[in-house]
Design a protein around this ligand. Structure first.
Ligand SMILES: [Zn+2]
Length: 65
């Protein structure tokens, strides 16, 4: 196993693939697994925000008539 790890926090390459903590910023590398979930979470909120903005704009245009 010669996997290269990149710290999800500072983006630096971690040579030691056994390392649990980032050598540079000290953040837990296990949190990198949660990054995908976080991205899904923010994507979800982007969709919700887009729908809300669309609804508000549509409502405003309706009221302006
Ligand atoms: Zn780091």
């Amino acid at each position: 196993m010669c996997e290269e790890h990149i710290c999800p926090h500072c983006g630096k390459l971690i040579d030691d693939d056994e390392a649990l903590l980032c050598l540079y910023c000290g953040e837990n590398l296990e949190l990198g697994v949660g990054t995908l979930g976080k991205m899904k979470y923010s994507t979800h909120w982007i969709v919700v925000t887009a729908v809300v903005i669309f609804t508000v704009v549509a409502f405003t245009l309706l009221m302006m008539r």
